[in-house]
Design a protein around this ligand. Sequence first.
Ligand code: SAH
Ligand code: DHB
Ligand code: MG
Length: 229
Amino acid sequence: MTQRPSAPDDLKLWSAVDRYYEALVSPPDPALESALSESQAAGLPDIQVSPLQGKFLYLLAKLRGARRILEIGTLGGYSTIWLARALPPDGRLLTLEVDPNHARVATANLVRAGLDRLVEVRLGPAAETLPKLLEAGEEPFDLVFIDADKPSYPTYLEWALKLSRKGSLLIADNVVRRGDVVDEADPDPNVRGVRTMNERMARHPELRATVLQTVGVKGHDGLFLALVE
Ligand code: SAH
Ligand code: DHB
Ligand code: MG
């Protein structure tokens, strides 16, 4: 690792700014709060997107006018709730999760949020579920959020392209990793996965991509955004 870890003072400041803006743009929200507390009570890792990032995903989905959303990596359904709230009443969100306990907690959280009619949690390794979606003739998705195991990001980008169309928005979480991503020799499979995805994106003629570096309660990381043109 070439990068210094975030200094504790940096993280304190970034978190204070996150909390300040959260209070302004994401007021107390029972469904989101209980999704977090139920996830914690069930022992799920505390690695969901931050509230401001969740709101950002919601805004992107709204701006895109997304009617069909695919999420890869559900955890307790926190990002799922943000994204599903951007859907019209006849919209659909499919979220893929490998861990039965995560899927169970997420399903209960989605019921509590009143979103279970719009959302389906599909259990299984995404590398197996994704090809089945194509075989089953799923309509293309307007937005794909990639947030499962990072070593598989190159595979997930391929499937996201197959399952989307011109105008779809592809998003991937955790593409900066405290800056580790700039180290081409980093053997960490998470870094390798993100870098390989990035190389494929850069070679893809139909992707218009950028990365938004973020700091906040989750430290220094970033979101990959790509429009299929
Ligand atoms: N999107 C969530 C966080 C997801 S954390 C949020 O921000 O709220 C990553 C999730 O991906 C975990 O729940 C993990 O179990 C799941 N995951 C890991 N490997 C996977 C795989 N091969 N297929 C599907 N899901 C996987
Ligand atoms: C971590 C954070 C994430 O957003 C994620 O999707 C997976 C892991 C983490 O902080 O370890
Ligand atoms: Mg993530």
